[in-house]
Design a protein. Structure first.
Length: 123
């Protein structure tokens, strides 16, 4: 992958915050997603974390989150101050939030249908 940043995830909320189109999303279940996951040594059947790819390096769990938010600009990049905490704590917290994401952020009975303008956000 070139200098482009890619985020492999099952959630499209990043589009709402990525006004400058920094990130390119790719479904983990798509052929491109499977190819990228395989290339970086991740499972293509069990998804434990968002995977963020930048400049040939893969980030997961809290590392992926902090790499993403620090590029989103204010006020989101303020969350990167928590990256100073120990990795074990940050990853534990990431896992707890991920496990309880529907309780914390709600669950929808439908998937967001991308608009034609959203195409620039996908690989």
């Amino acid at each position: 992958m070139s200098d482009d940043a890619a985020t492999l995830m099952r959630n499209q909320k990043i589009i709402l915050f990525d006004a400058n189109v920094i990130f390119k999303l790719c479904s983990v279940q798509s052929p491109k997603g499977a190819l990228l996951l395989t290339h970086f040594g991740f499972s293509t059947t069990q998804y434990a974390s968002m995977v963020y790819l930048q400049n040939g390096k893969a980030y997961t769990q809290s590392h992926a989150f902090f790499e993403v938010v620090k590029q989103l600009g204010y006020p989101y990049k303020l969350a990167s101050v928590f990256s100073l905490l120990p990795n074990t704590f940050n990853n534990w917290l990431y896992d707890k939030i991920a496990l309880n994401r529907y309780t914390l952020f709600g669950k929808y009975n439908y998937c967001r249908i991308p608009s034609p303008d959203d195409a620039k956000h996908y690989l």
